[in-house]
Write a protein that binds this ligand. Structure first.
Ligand code: FES
Ligand code: FES
Length: 195
């Protein structure tokens, strides 16, 4: 008898538990879009190159087209549908809106999910390939436009809204740092220089 390729998974998506049968070969992206109707997460290249399908898995960003749904069993997924607080937009969403961080909007859900993780990664002091001083004692790196471009480089935008995206991420990072009482991090966020 051929081995079964079907299984059942339980995921917590945007705070809600979902149990669903899936073919073991189903990607997380297809499970979200086709099985759960969460179409905010977009399919661009379907091969890990564009970032349109970015979601957060236990708070870390992943391209959901390269993640098997069964490998996400028991984990927490955040999609763009779970970012706002009811009717109140998340500061990252508001900054994209205020600063024209999108044109057609197709890449935007992935950009926003990625930006959420970038802001956390920066606040935690994680260096990137653009960080000039990676010594631990150097602390939180300054979130310059170059830093934001590097950290967001897995997310492509065919409309080319990059200048506004960089400004939006910088503004949201500063606002988030101030709202969470991290003046040290806010001072490391280069809102003026982001362009
Ligand atoms: S659709 Fe997943 S990276 Fe392009
Ligand atoms: S806004 Fe159109 S692809 Fe980015």
């Amino acid at each position: 008898m051929a081995p079964s390729t079907a299984g059942a998974i339980t995921l917590t998506i945007n705070g809600e538990k979902h149990t669903l049968p899936v073919d073991n070969r189903t990607t997380l992206l297809d499970a979200l879009r086709e099985r759960l109707g969460l179409t905010g997460t977009k399919k661009g290249c379907d091969q890990g190159q564009c970032g349109a399908c970015t979601v957060l898995l236990d708070g870390r960003r992943v391209v959901s087209c390269l993640q098997l749904a069964v490998a996400a069993e028991g984990r927490e997924v955040t999609t763009i549908e779970g970012v706002a607080d009811g009717e109140r937009l998340h500061p990252v969403q508001q900054a994209f809106l205020d600063l024209d961080g999108f044109q057609c909007g197709y890449c935007t859900p992935g950009q926003i999910c990625s930006a959420l993780a970038v802001i956390e990664e920066h606040a935690a002091g994680w260096p990137s390939a653009a960080t000039t001083d990676v010594r631990p004692e150097a602390g939180v790196p300054r979130l310059t436009a170059d830093e934001i471009r590097e950290r967001m480089s897995g997310n492509l935008c065919r409309c080319g809204a990059y200048v506004s995206i960089v400004q939006a991420v910088a503004r949201a990072a500063e606002e988030t740092a101030r709202a969470t009482g991290r003046a040290d991090v806010a001072d490391m966020t280069d809102v003026e220089g982001a362009a």
